[in-house]
Design a protein around this ligand. Structure first.
Ligand SMILES: NC(=O)c1ccc[n+]([C@@H]2O[C@H](COP(=O)([O-])OP(=O)(O)OC[C@H]3O[C@@H](n4cnc5c(N)ncnc54)[C@H](OP(=O)(O)O)[C@@H]3O)[C@@H](O)[C@H]2O)c1
Length: 219
């Protein structure tokens, strides 16, 4: 992705959004943080530095060339409605894991099959919907450490998917093409299993790494 392109992180005041934004900002990518409160967004942007700016979620969505949505499943519908008028034709990256408390260690996918397919339905077919970052622990991403995690990237638009693979790589992870948007169900479901593993094996943020020598399809 060209460095002059702007990545907006809607819900970017939260754990995952601020961590992704921080890593991308350090990599030289122009970042806009979105929040329901422009003041909160600016406070997070100030903490990130590197020229990051903060604004309301709709303004951030309007400013971004790529719009990453990092809000809880319970807030997915209202947030998508807030940004819908501003994302036509853009790449929108949904990170939503459809966790339904209190049973977060149990897979509970929505009737649409996945949160990502649900998001596409909310925003319309002209949005270049991609989903990613479901299986990386935000508190680990918030550090500068090499956390050795793969990021499975889903989407029906291969060029859009490539952009997001590039963003995952820029964030110090390994982005991998993982197929159609509907495949996102697998990564979304896997998060409940990772939470189970965290509890059962006392892991501080289990993640995934695909084995084998992968040959970059774009090299
Ligand atoms: N945390 C992780 O390790 C992790 C890892 C992988 C995937 N995920 C997924 O990524 C998404 C974000 O996770 P997170 O841990 O970053 O969430 P979070 O910190 O709890 O919330 C993120 C942001 O969402 C906004 N928000 C919260 N409740 C809302 C509501 N009712 N309506 C509208 N906006 C609301 C808030 O922003 P404002 O108050 O500023 O508007 C908040 O800062 C979730 O779907 C999660 O499953 C998380």
């Amino acid at each position: 992705m060209e460095n002059q392109q702007i990545v907006a992180v809607v819900g970017g005041t939260g754990a995952l959004g601020a961590a992704i934004a921080g890593r991308l900002a350090k990599a030289g990518i122009a970042i806009v943080i979105g929040s329901r409160s422009a003041e909160s967004a600016q406070a997070t942007a100030d903490a990130i530095g590197h020229g990051a700016r903060g604004m309301s979620n709709p303004d951030a969505a309007a400013a971004g060339d790529v719009v990453i949505v990092t809000v809880p499943f319970a807030a997915q519908a209202s947030t998508m409605a807030d940004i819908a008028p501003h994302v036509g034709g853009k790449i929108v990256v949904d990170t939503t894991v459809p966790l339904v408390p209190p049973k977060v260690m149990r897979v509970q996918l929505p009737p649409e099959g996945s949160a990502a397919v649900r998001a596409q339905g909310m925003l319309g077919e002209d949005v270049r919907m991609v989903s990613a970052f479901h299986n990386v622990a935000a508190h680990k991403l918030a550090t500068d450490a090499d956390i050795g995690c793969d990021v499975l990237v889903f989407g029906d638009d291969k060029a859009a998917r490539s952009v997001v693979v590039g963003l995952a790589n820029a964030a110090g992870l390994r982005g991998l093409h993982a197929g159609a948007l509907a495949n996102s169900a697998a990564a979304e479901a896997l998060t409940s299993i990772l939470i189970f593993l965290n509890k059962t094996y006392k892991v501080d943020g289990a993640g995934i790494r695909i084995t084998g020598d992968l040959i970059d399809p774009e090299a």
